[in-house]
Design a protein around this ligand. Sequence first.
Ligand SMILES: [Fe+2]
Length: 213
Amino acid sequence: MKVKSFLGGFDKNFSYLIWCEKTKLAAVIDPSTEPLEILESIESRNLILSKILITHTHHDHITYLNDYKNVFSNLMIYSFHNSINLKEDYIGLIDNEIINIGEIVLTTLHTPGHFSDSVCYWNKKNKYLFTGDTMFVSRTGRVVGKQSNINDLYNSIYKKILMLNTETLILPGHNYGFKPSITIKDSIKLFDFFQCSSLEEFKIVMMNYEKNR
Ligand SMILES: [Fe+2]
């Protein structure tokens, strides 16, 4: 499995191009950055873009969806079922679903909190987790918008993400930290967002963050 990140979009967004070296099948996770560089990358490697995977349907994460649809007619679009802001046809995901891109196996984790239709895409074999806006390098996503819920976010972080192998690499939806990606282990070591022993503690950390930002 190969992964290449692209930075741009609305606010230091990351799109990821992932591909299977054996079959050349590829997917883009979040069409959130200007697609030209990604399309060039697909072409220069002779990849076949077959899927677009959406981490959640906040508008900045789906901005360039149509650009891909216009170029690749058989593209399959995946997003959590009953996605809030998606008008196009798409394949509605549930929690714990398997997606194959050639020999790459991804598992979906439904991780509401920042947004109700948030999913993470997990590659168990290589220990990659594409977290969208659920978890960044240094903090979690915020819960100040519509369809946000702090209880849900706590459960998504503490009962799903932090339960994975701690060597797992977090590949977030925005470049908001001191480096582009980080392991779960280092996230727990360095940041109080991931050191809470209860929902109440987590609410205090989140409140302090909002107060001081
Ligand atoms: Fe978002």
